[in-house]
Design a binder for this molecule. Structure first.
Ligand code: NAG
Ligand code: NAG
Ligand code: NAG
Length: 323
């Protein structure tokens, strides 16, 4: 009997030490507010059906019957997937687990772009996870480009409230006619409202969805001061629980067999949408709920450390949406 409490004390001490180690190895661990998960409103798609390999094919593996993919970066190549469809609005999401260990210079990205189709006036909506060095944590950078304005990045950067290399977490983009919303584990971290008073600054042409890992030694970590260290390669990111719910635009000019110039749009159905055809553009997705707004305030207050709207040295005149 006498040693039982001691044994209990010992195991308690071990747990406390382990917990302290976890916390100190990843500095920012917070409990986020509860939100109704947007990811539950849309169906999952098998990755090997929704996507094709766009580069570094030998560094991509499909697992679990195509429901999961690992993308690796090694000294030979990064790797990337591109959606088979081109979307005009939609909800796009993936659960992602980032490479463990030091990963400075590595970027894992989940984004929308049409640069292949509109090289001079492309649109882009980015979630970029920027690797870290010994002293820092992974950073999530969100960005938007509209109609070719690559000179006007609209970056916002956040720390995460969990260790993103330990488990899969959801990274999602809602893009519809009302707004673009970036979400992490269903917590909106950023909402970019589409105002008709400045239509040229929000993405408004069909885009493809990309999931990639690549070497961004020249900028990702400390503005390029910490390049990728290939002693730690391969860097492997895992993607699963993909959701691509939107309206797929098919342009007959892309298929040689057709001479018609009209585009056709096919919208997938979402399980909860009450808006009929367009799964992510109905009234229920037109604005954030009070609960989502409160969660977004939490994330921005606690974890945002850069917004272009606060970058006075960079802009002589602040972009209009910052006011
Ligand atoms: C594998 O995935 C396909 C759809 O991509 C599905 O039809 C099939 O039932 C799955 N097989 C198993 C064993 O889960
Ligand atoms: C990178 O990975 C690919 C696929 O596994 C392999 O063929 C190649 O040799 C690797 N390169 C290096 C430098 O390890
Ligand atoms: C986008 O750019 C094209 C070509 O530069 C221009 O014709 C068009 O008006 C622009 N669209 C918007 C919404 O600004």
């Amino acid at each position: 009997m006498a040693f039982l409490p001691q044994k209990f004390l010992f195991s308690a001490l071990v747990s406390i030490l382990c917990f302290a180690f976890e916390v100190s190895s990843y500095r920012r661990v917070y409990t986020p507010p509860n939100v109704t998960p947007l990811t539950s409103s849309f169906p999952r798609v098998p990755i090997d059906r929704g996507f094709s390999k766009s580069f570094g094919a030998s560094n991509i593996q499909y697992l679990n019957n195509g429901s999961m993919a690992t993308l690796a970066l090694n000294k030979t190549s990064g790797s990337g997937l591109v959606s088979q469809g081109r979307y005009y609005y939609g909800f796009f999401s993936s659960a992602i687990k980032l490479p463990a260990g030091l990963s400075s210079g590595v970027v894992v990205a989940f984004y929308l772009s049409n640069a292949d189709k509109f090289p001079h006036n492309h649109d882009e909506i980015d979630i970029e996870l920027l690797g870290h060095d010994r002293r820092n944590d992974w950073v999530i950078q969100t960005n938007l480009y509209s109609n070719g304005s690559v000179s006007t990045g609209r970056e916002e950067k956040f720390y995460l409230w969990f260790d993103p290399a330990k488990e899969h977490h959801y990274y999602s983009i809602l893009w519809n006619s009302y707004h673009t919303v970036f979400l992490v584990d269903n917590i909106p971290v950023r909402e970019f409202i589409h105002s008709n008073s400045y239509p040229s600054i929000f993405p408004s042409k069909p885009m493809s969805v990309y999931a990639t890992i690549w070497d961004a030694s020249d900028w990702a970590t400390h503005g390029g001061k910490s390049p990728v260290n290939y002693n730690y390669a391969p860097f492997v990111a895992s993607f699963t629980e993909m959701e691509l719910s939107g309206c797929v635009v098919s342009d007959p000019s892309e298929t040689s067999s057709s001479s018609s110039s009209s585009t056709t749009t096919t919208c997938s159905k979402s399980s909860s949408s009450t808006s009929g055809l367009d799964p992510a553009n109905g009234p229920e997705f037109s604005k954030l709920s009070q609960q989502q707004i409160a969660a977004m305030d939490w994330a921005r207050r606690k974890l945002m450390f850069y917004s272009y709207c606060n970058d006075k040295p960079r802009y002589k005149v602040m972009p209009p949406e910052c006011h």
